[in-house]
Design a protein around this ligand. Sequence first.
Ligand code: IMP
Length: 423
Amino acid sequence: MKTDILLGLQWGDEGKGKIVDVLAPDYEVITRFQGGPNAGHSLEFKGKKFILHTIPSGVFRKDKLNIIGNGVVIDPVIFAEEIQSLKNEGIELNKENLLISTKAHLILPTHRLLDAASEAFKGGSKIGSTLKGIGPTYMDKTGRNGLRLGDIIRPGFMGKYKALTLKHKDLLNMYHYKGEQDDYEKKWFDGIEVIRSFDLVESEYRINRLLDDGRNILAEGAQGTLLDIDFGTYPYVTSSNTITAGALTGLGLAPSRIGHVKGIFKAYCTRVGSGPFPTELHNEKGEFLRQKGHEYGATTGRPRRCGWLDLPALRYAIMLNGVTELIMTKPDVLSGLESFMICTHYQIDGKNTNQLPYSLEDNIKPVYKSFKGWSQDISGIRMYRDLPEELKAYKNFIEKETGIPITIISVGPDREAVVMIEK
Ligand code: IMP
């Protein structure tokens, strides 16, 4: 068997959580392969909203095995809170349905402080990080200083913890950072106990064996392609590989183990935090998208920046990920607009191009094509034939321009609000 991958093609917040939940019945195992509590995967059903940060979005479907892979970074406080809030909803996670890699790295309380200190130091050029300690944790991972989950079940853990914390304190002094720790460290050690109650495993072996045994696996990406550490809008990116390649290293999979790659994109674009965004709208249409689409960060509550769909960026993401099918989310937000736009190419120094330049800050002028809007509410539609002709025209145009079929259109936040398109 091969692993299918589902990932975001923009700057995150494309609706991955909901779509994983929709697709989960087709899979036996759901995995996360990178990122950490900077992610906020939202799901809605029975009138309730849930936000997951570290735990795979398969947990709301019965009898699924969820695996947190080695590429993920875990904050024990947030992990324990997530386990508790799921328990409050009657979803009991245990050794049977959640496995965690021994090789996943731990976010220490001091990593969070370092994140805040580094952002404060950057001043006007700050990344707009979620301040969950993601960057400093991946820095310690690649710097070969990090603590892994496997360390918490081996002798010498406290010594390693203290040594790394001391090093961080020196760095914080260098930044002249005066942030307070309050009782985070105590909660952190309580969270370590919660993690210890789960099976910490060599997940690369488990996952490959599950595939050998013919199990269907779905790997759930976090953030989005344009936030990828190598190919995103550097330095305004996250600190992991958010693309298909990240699923290989973040789970321990060979390239031949990859099956379908399902790429999710919003019918428009959003971005939270700093960094270039060529199609950003600074007018009432941007505000319309923000209000109608409830475009506020699931992790930080920050208002998201909104703009039109960017085809050069979408094609770039399709190329990097080897996308085999597309999933469009939130076209329902466009309902009520007389017209809307799509950026078909860029003009840089008077020349037309389809290619993303070295930096998206380089003097880019997006060139747009206008589409006629529709007025009706589409959130109750479940059959493709019932969608407005104007939306079908938009879908057909995107398919023609990218060469990739759109197989699902999500028309509202609820798990039922999807239009599955026959291939
Ligand atoms: P960090 O990963 O928290 O360091 O944040 C780096 C950048 O990625 C910031 O602009 C964040 O707003 C953005 N970011 C991180 N995680 C997410 C996500 O899950 N959705 C959207 N943006 C994110």
